[in-house]
Design a protein around this ligand. Structure first.
Ligand code: ADP
Ligand code: ZN
Ligand code: ZN
Length: 739
């Protein structure tokens, strides 16, 4: 047998294959899989990842190109991650090169060394410490620096010094000559979750349900298992996480905690930071600078970070001693990557846990129907926290029938009366409407003109405050004109209501109570979200109105009334997951109410109070809803009872996407079908978006294996197809959105 002498490399490219290279001359002859390799590719130089060493290649040796350089000794993707990502590439049928590349922190993608360059800092020597600034009275700049360094005994970086003194260097060098200061190199520590309030936060005594959950989880803490922890909002799930993490890290293992969006879950971060001071690293954060991300990544890899908290892609953080994975709010749609490598964080986290032989805990007040189904089939263990922890009681639900009710812009007079009662009694009121802006449609009453986006099949949303019309699908914006562009009439009318309009109505109705609006528009400036949340918690804002931003993880202990302004949203949607999504939102928003000693009331405005899903939701809660929703899915032959894959295509020409999908349909039709249903290609529900026409083809099967066997045959053909080159196409396995 010949020596392995060919490098098989994954290269970030849309091609679903690997590439063979000769090893670089005069270098480590035996690189391990998972290291980065710099190679020529076409007429560029790119960074690939070594998949394996092979004995030979299908390509003639004289035609093989030579790799330029091997960048790492130690793999940047250790064997367990390589296995996970290769699994993901196969399961989601996504090019391996893109999958591997996407798993690396940005700095490593560009070829930077997988270590941190140390920082220089300036600090006082022993002699400097013993010197009083006034002894340097004749050199005022030096005295100033000395004073500054006395205040910062850990030392100051050049960047910090720059901010304080524009020309600090000459004086510093003089101090150095005198032996009063020294420059030293330190490696910056990884970013820790911030603690903004003081105190360690003494852990409360667990209630029985919590204790049971902790005990059951710890019983099986040393092997693979999946546990669904279903606990109503405020039932103390986070407390359960904290206890288990404490035990896992006490044995020297690491806990990886995945959350939907870090910016929206500051409270979870904060609680980990307080319970484990200096031990909870933040792995991923949209605002985290690349260098700090690398620091956290390295600390996870070398095992110095016991707790790693991050979003979606933190799943691909290397861990030296993995011990536990927690996925908080497991139902959250943001755990599904929606472009490029379209993976489910939940499903891949389960695969990672299984490969590593460790437990994984999925937590939610409103679990996805998939997870409930798996729990019912005993694939997952199902633990319940049925009651709120501490003193809080459960909120009371009520449907408010809107039919024939007097209304003002989407809010009924009846609801305003109820608000009045709560406000007068000192409570806070929270209103939920998943639509931002002033109104979703602007209409000319004279000629019927409607403001539409030229690039999407959608109306433009009116933003009154900013005096503009904006498309919420492509972001296009145009100034608001007081005249109709068609007929010149001044009678332009806003139809429907968004959060901004509700805010305006309520400001008139309740001028004596201050309000806070929480949506993407009102919180776009840095820090504005935190400021608003602070004012709400301090009771300075009495009426809160917001979008789904409100549903995530915040505790508003003084909220006694929650109003759901549009309970019908999601009841009649073309998307089969819409009712699940809406129920989750309603239950999550309701969970914000009455978390402390005030009892909460939840009022849902609806034109369909008799609708079975709403009825079920308010009489039996989320689990009642889930039971009948699962029944519906079963009879409609939808997930989780069927497996789906969606082939999408888009192009600037209207016919091209459909032509490509028709070809795909023909080719698939000639294959071994074996229980896979092929739907006809159709335009997407919103056909045109950002100037591109979109179409889709749905594949459906009761057997995951059969579906994947078909995809395995189909994809290579699609890659070769001529019509495929004229469109942008992608495959979405287990899609969550069907548009
Ligand atoms: P969840 O994560 O399920 O929404 P949390 O863990 O955030 O619930 O708990 C909700 C509130 O109840 C928090 O303020 C928490 O400190 C408190 N809490 C949790 N467990 C207990 C307990 N056993 N006794 C008293 N208070 C508790
Ligand atoms: Zn007009
Ligand atoms: Zn648009």
């Amino acid at each position: 047998m010949s020596e392995p002498s060919v490098l098989r490399i994954a290269i970030p490219s849309p091609l679903r294959r690997s590439f063979d290279y000769l090893p670089p001359e005069a270098e480590n002859p035996r690189p391990v899989p998972g290291v980065r390799v710099q190679v020529p590719f076409g007429n560029r130089v790119v960074i690939g990842i070594l998949l394996e060493m092979a004995a030979g290649s299908l390509i003639a040796p004289r035609r093989l190109r030579r790799a330029i350089r091997i960048l790492d000794q130690e793999p940047v993707l250790p064997p367990d991650l390589m296995a996970l990502l290769r699994w993901g590439s196969e399961y989601y049928h996504h090019p391996i090169g893109e999958v591997l590349q996407g798993a690396l922190p940005a700095q490593l993608r560009t070829g930077a060394a997988a270590r941190l360059r140390p920082d220089t800092i300036w600090r006082l020597t022993e002699k400097g410490l013993a010197t009083q600034p006034r002894e340097l009275a004749r050199a005022p700049r030096q005295a100033e620096l000395l004073e500054l360094l006395r205040e910062h005994s850990a030392g100051l970086s050049p960047a910090r010094l720059e901010r304080q003194h524009c020309n600090w260097r000459p004086a510093m060098l003089r101090l150095k000559e005198k032996g009063l200061v020294e420059a030293c190199e330190i490696t910056p520590p990884p970013v820790m979750a911030p603690v903004t309030t003081a105190g360690r936060g003494n852990p409360p005594a667990l209630n029985r349900a919590q204790q049971n959950a902790v005990d059951r989880l710890l019983e099986s803490a040393t092997g693979f298992s999946v546990t669904l922890l279903e606990g109503v909002t405020g039932s103390g799930k986070t407390e359960v996480y904290l206890r288990i993490v404490e035990r896992i890290i006490a044995t020297g293992r690491q806990a990886l905690i995945l959350v939907p969006e870090i910016g929206l879950t500051p409270q979870l971060l904060e609680r980990f930071a307080r319970r484990f001071p200096g031990r909870a690293t933040v792995q991923l954060h949209s605002a985290l600078p690349d260098r700090e991300r690398l620091a956290a990544w390295l600390a996870a890899r070398d095992g110095t970070a016991p707790i790693i908290i991050g979003t979606r892609s933190a799943l691909f953080t290397p861990l030296k001693n993995p011990g536990l994975i927690i996925l908080d709010e497991e139902h959250d749609p943001s755990f599904k990557q929606q472009e490029g490598f379209r993976y489910s964080t939940r499903d891949m986290a389960i695969v990672r846990a299984r490969n590593a032989g460790i437990p994984i805990l999925l937590g939610s007040a409103t679990p996805s129907l998939e997870s409930l189904h798996n729990a019912a089939r005993r694939r997952y263990r199902h633990l319940l926290l049925p009651e709120r922890a501490g003193a809080a009681g459960s909120p009371e639900f009520r449907l408010l029938d809107l039919r024939r009710q007097p209304m003002q812009e989407g809010i009924s007079f009846k609801l305003m009366e109820i608000m009045e009662e709560h406000l007068q009694r000192g409570g806070q009121v929270l209103l939920f409407l998943n639509r931002r802006g002033y109104a979703p449609t602007l209409l000319c009453h004279e000629c019927g003109w409607v403001g539409r986006c030229h690039r999407c099949d959608a109306h433009l949303t009116l933003h009154q405050r900013q005096q503009c019309l904006r498309c919420h699908h492509c972001g296009r914006e145009q100034p608001l004109d007081s005249q109709c562009p068609e007929c010149g009439s001044l009678d332009l009318r806003a139809l429907g209501a968004g959060t901004e309009r509700i805010e305006t109505v309520l400001q008139e109705r309740f001028p004596e109570f201050s309000m806070a609006r929480l949506d993407r528009d009102s919180t776009s400036r840095k820090g504005s979200m935190q400021r608003l949340l602070g004012e709400i918690r301090a009771g300075q804002r009495r009426i809160l109105i917001g979008t789904q931003m409100l549903t995530k993880g915040h505790h508003f202990p003084d909220v006694s009334l929650v109003g759901i302004l549009d309970g019908d949203q999601g009841l009649f949607s073309a998307d089969f997951r819409a009712s699940e999504r809406m129920s989750q939102l309603i239950v999550q928003v309701a969970g914000r109410a009455g978390r402390a000693e005030r009892p909460g009331q939840v009022v849902i405005q609806t034109h369909h109070p008799e609708h079975p899903l709403l009825q079920q939701l308010i009489t039996e809660g989320y689990s009642g809803f889930a039971r009948s929703a699962l029944e519906e899915r079963r009879s409609a032959e939808l997930p989780p009872y069927r497996f789906l894959a969606l082939l999408r295509a888009e192009a600037t020409g209207r016919d091209l996407p459909l032509q490509f999908l028709q070809e795909a349909h023909r080719q698939a039709g000639r294959m071994e079908m074996d229980g896979v249903t092929l739907w006809q290609p159709v335009p997407a529900p919103m056909e045109r978006r950002a100037g591109r026409y979109r179409a889709q083809l749905l594949l459906q099967s009761a057997s995951r294996g059969a579906l994947h066997r078909l995809l395995d045959q189909l994809l290579p053909l699609l890659e070769e197809s001529r019509s495929g080159r004229r469109v942008r196409w992608s495959l979405d396995v287990d899609p969550v959105d069907l548009y």
